[in-house]
Design a protein around this ligand. Structure first.
Ligand code: HEC
Ligand code: HEC
Length: 468
């Protein structure tokens, strides 16, 4: 039920399901060397509190399902309340927002915390990616049900709700057949964006029926990154493709139900505040015990073998972070996601669109690698790598120990305090929470940088990582 509405934040569908192989990549990967990506000018004068308020109460999604229907459904949804709501949002789950649509109708839709609030050790953390999301079921029938329900319950001529649902309904129909993933916890946000944008006129973002580019038939998702890394990053997304104005890039994640670029233009001002909120976000401190002597032994090892890519962490001197995108042939983690993005039609669409041509501009610039992310709060962000293929930090640093298949219980309290990550069973097949690294795009190879450590050294580095 919950994900039905979540998807509401998103969008597409091309009737033809012909198999399209990956097209030619837009970046010459062989010539692409590991490099530091420089910062772009940013307006950091926004108000963090206003930004957070906008994320949970703002109208950036533009359209949605009638609020009264959502209010009826709300009692059957998760009841966690990580923040206070305004009057209109009373009783609405944290991952949804009720707002007034442009025509005055009260509607509700998923917000960013559908995907960007997650649980670890039983605690819901705002800004943590939800690694227990389940996008494995097709939402096509849900979409049909929603559209039928709207027709039965509301009168197009007399009621405001049908018009306030229309954009969302259109995009949901397009998106639903394209986004179900093959792995638990894997998030199809990039597919959702692709599926949405291909039905938007790049100049004014209005709905167009005919798709403007093709999408690859194979559906691939990723782990959801924590939002507290944004403050250190010069670029966004796993491969560093998102450049230029951060508020503009952030807005892109939300335009799935907006009517057009003039609505987005209003939102972009508010997204300056959202960026300020992201800059203020801190990673959660490790709540377990830390052996300080062991952690101190791990620090110089980390600074020697890891800091060159992941930066340094120092409460007194301050942190450093190099913003490196590491060549695919160096990091050697599964390259399918990077290759896929590089050849996607969304790249050219974006760079010709309102996002790139209006000021402040943002752009999509493909790279030949993955960003070495900051490691703040790394204990909380399992599973690891862009595809979420490795269940614990320890195994990131010891590749022969990584399981080919691993099944979680689905309960965030099942946390492995020794190896930092999820407890799992390696012997199950086809269970609800089984992650299978044999599936294309979800391989667990690569990042062999911790393999040469002795066992003692490795445990010291794991202990040090608890302090970040
Ligand atoms: C459907 C789930 C979903 C929703 C809804 C969503 N995101 Fe995301 N977000 C993701 C995923 C998955 C990624 C990783 C994609 C990638 O890097 O290729 C991501 C990436 C990001 C990043 C880049 C992080 C980094 O370290 O590079 C930011 C910032 C972000 N989202 C902010 C937002 C905001 C703000 C909203 C609401 C306006 C939002 N997201 C809505 C799933 C979602
Ligand atoms: C040559 C650069 C490089 C070096 C050296 C390096 N890493 Fe990484 N690391 C990366 C990249 C790139 C990724 C992202 C890979 C991906 O997502 O596919 C990564 C991912 C990780 C992750 C998973 C992050 C997440 O949120 O999923 C951890 C943990 C990590 N590295 C720790 C370390 C440690 C500890 C060391 C030192 C032994 C180290 N790394 C050395 C480049 C490097």
């Amino acid at each position: 039920m919950r994900y039905l509405y979540i998807f509401s934040t998103l969008l597409l569908f091309v009737a033809c399901n012909a198999y399209h192989p990956l097209a030619e990549a837009t970046v010459d990967i062989d010539a692409w060397k590991t490099r530091v990506l420089p910062p772009s000018p940013q307006d950091t004068t926004g108000n963090p509190a206003a930004g957070f308020d906008f994320l949970i109460h703002g109208d950036y999604i533009g359209s949605g399902v009638p609020l009264e229907i959502m209010q009826d459904a709300a009692s059957k949804m998760p009841q966690d309340q990580p923040y206070l709501r305004n009057e209109l949002n009373e009783g609405i789950p944290y991952f949804m927002t009720a707002f007034i649509a442009p025509n005055g109708a009260k509607v509700a839709n998923g917000n960013c915390f559908t995907c960007h609030a997650g649980k670890v050790d039983g605690e819901l953390v705002v800004g943590l990616g939800d690694s227990f999301s389940d996008f494995e079921k097709s939402m096509v029938l849900m979409g049909v049900g929603m559209r039928m329900g709207m027709r039965v319950q509301y009168n197009k001529k007399k009621d405001l709700q049908p018009e306030a649902f229309e954009d969302f309904g259109n995009y949901f129909k397009r998106m639903a057949p394209k986004v179900n993933t093959t792995q638990p916890g894997s998030n199809p946000a990039f597919r959702l964006a692709e599926a949405c944008m291909m039905h938007r006129d790049p100049k004014d973002l209005t709905y167009v029926d005919k798709p403007l580019y093709e999408m690859w038939d194979y559906n691939i998702g990723t782990d959801t990154p924590p939002l507290w890394h944004v403050k250190k990053k010069n670029t966004l997304y796993y491969n560093g493709i998102g450049r230029g104005s951060m508020p503009k890039l952030l807005l892109q994640a939300s335009v799935l139900g907006t009517p057009d670029s003039s609505h987005s233009r209003t939102s972009v001002k508010a997204f300056k505040d959202v960026y300020a909120w992201l800059l203020s976000l801190e990673s959660p401190a490790y709540p377990g015990e830390i052996d300080q002597d062991l952690a101190s032994a791990g620090k110089p090892l980390f600074n020697k073998k890891c800091a060159g890519c992941h930066g340094t962490y120092d409460d007194e001197k301050g942190d450093t972070y190099p913003n490196k995108v590491v060549n695919l042939d160096v990091v050697k983690t599964d390259r399918l996601y990077a290759d896929y993005i590089n050849q996607s039609g969304i790249v050219d669409w974006y760079n010709e669109s309102w996002f790139a041509t209006s000021s402040p501009a943002s752009s999509f610039e493909p790279t030949g690698g993955y960003v070495a992310p900051p490691l703040d709060g790394i204990w909380a962000t399992a599973p690891y790598f862009h595809n979420g293929s490795v269940p614990t930090v320890y195994q990131v640093l010891n590749s022969p120990e990584r399981p080919d298949r691993w099944t979680r219980s689905g309960d965030s309290k099942d946390y492995d305090w020794k190896h930092l990550g999820w407890n799992y069973n390696p012997d199950l097949k086809n269970e609800k929470w089984t992650f299978d690294t044999e599936v294309p795009g979800y391989g667990n190879g690569g990042h062999y940088f911790g393999d040469k450590f002795s066992e003692d050294e490795r445990w010291a580095v794991v202990e040090y990582l608890k302090t970040l």
